[in-house]
Design a protein around this ligand. Structure first.
Ligand code: ATP
Ligand code: MG
Length: 328
């Protein structure tokens, strides 16, 4: 509804991951290149992590678009809260193979035959698991077994796990060390810095048809957007989209820092900051307590040094091992 007012042809800040809006920061570029390289060079097992809303699914979609151009077959699991059998059924079905009435071993056999026959024709086969931090230990074990589909030279099935930073912790657990050792490439996405945030906002506006993004979002407003979003693209989109709607409602073409501040309050974006400052103050409190305890202990040992400790019938208890050592 605001498009004509701002001279746009489309909405610039949709929160669905649309590859045509990809803004390539150094990290996003490196990660996409790593994913592509890992798949094309048959590296086997690739794990990409990143904070919530930093663009992981978007990059996966960009990768799949690139792979579509080169006869790569892929199964894409985007809701991995499945049992091991459901997981296998899903990927076999997504590869276009029959699933109905098949036992687990038949599914595995079918998948293996499919992957090998593609490999023999020089074709690449990929399994992508998004939201992989939700995958159960049992399904991770199935994934590990799938990494065993290999020749002496290379992996036959390329596996890409994508998830939030918790995935790193999961893969660090002792019982998954076999899987962890198989990771060939491990890109990570970070939030945007201030300069990237500015370029990101302007790029999206330009992509949507704006010829003068700096008038809509001046630098002082970008500063505020970066502070409240902490550089997380999904939050940047939410703030900017809401700001455009409000600007249109008030017939103000330039979004002000105050408008962004208000949006951040409405969306409770600062709650995390409050929580972490509360955490900080708890940390401060606990370090004060530790300091106080240390002082008491010092005082206590000084007192003990001054007065030898006696047992309950008044005899001194000497725990000294040498003359000059204090009582302890
Ligand atoms: N580099 C980028 N260029 C353009 N848009 C981006 C970029 N990174 C993220 N976005 C946008 O941010 C939003 C969130 O991205 P996406 O859904 O890919 O994040 P995610 O990391 O998969 O989040 P989650 O952890 O919740 O799954 C989307 O609208 C996406 O288009
Ligand atoms: Mg995602």
């Amino acid at each position: 509804m605001y498009k004509r007012f701002y001279g746009l042809q489309r909405n610039p800040f949709e929160i669905t991951p649309d590859p045509s809006f990809l803004f390539t920061t150094k990290k996003h570029n490196e990660a996409l290149a790593a994913l592509y390289y890992g798949v094309r060079r048959h590296k086997g097992f690739v794990v990409m992590t990143g904070e919530v809303g930093t663009g992981k699914t978007l990059l996966v979609r960009c990768l799949l678009q690139l792979l579509n151009q080169s006869k790569v077959a892929y199964a894409y699991v985007f809701n991995p809260r499945l049992s091991p059998v459901e997981f296998l059924q899903y990927i076999v079905g997504d590869f276009g193979l029959p699933v109905a009435g098949k036992s687990k071993s038949e599914l595995l056999l079918q998948l293996g035959t499919f992957v090998i026959s593609r490999y023999q024709k020089g074709l690449t086969t990929v399994l992508v698991v998004d939201e992989a931090h939700h995958v159960s230990a049992e399904v991770l074990e199935e994934i590990r077994l799938l990494t065993n589909l290999e020749t002496t030279k290379e992996k036959l099935l390329q596996i890409l796990l994508v998830g939030q930073p918790e995935l790193d912790d999961i893969l660090d657990s002792v019982h998954l060390r076999q899987l962890k050792q198989r990771i060939a490439i491990r890109p990570r996405l970070d939030p945007l810095d201030l300069t990237e945030t500015q370029a990101y906002v302007y790029r999206r506006l330009q992509k949507a048809g704006s010829t003068d993004p700096a008038t809509i979002f001046p630098m002082e407003t970008i500063l505020e957007i970066h502070a409240h979003s902490r550089g997380i693209p999904r939050l940047i989109n939410t703030i900017c989209e809401t700001a455009l709607i409000q600007g249109y409602a008030n017939q103000t073409r330039a979004v002000t820092p105050a408008m962004v501040e208000e949006i951040a309050i409405d969306f409770r974006l600062n709650i995390m900051h409050v929580a972490s400052s509360r955490e900080n103050s708890l940390q401060d409190e606990s370090s004060e307590v530790r300091q106080a305890a240390r002082t008491l202990l010092d005082l206590y040992s000084q007192l003990r040094r001054a007065e030898p400790v006696t047992d309950d019938i008044g005899m001194p208890i000497s725990t000294r091992t040498s003359k000059n050592e204090p009582y302890i």
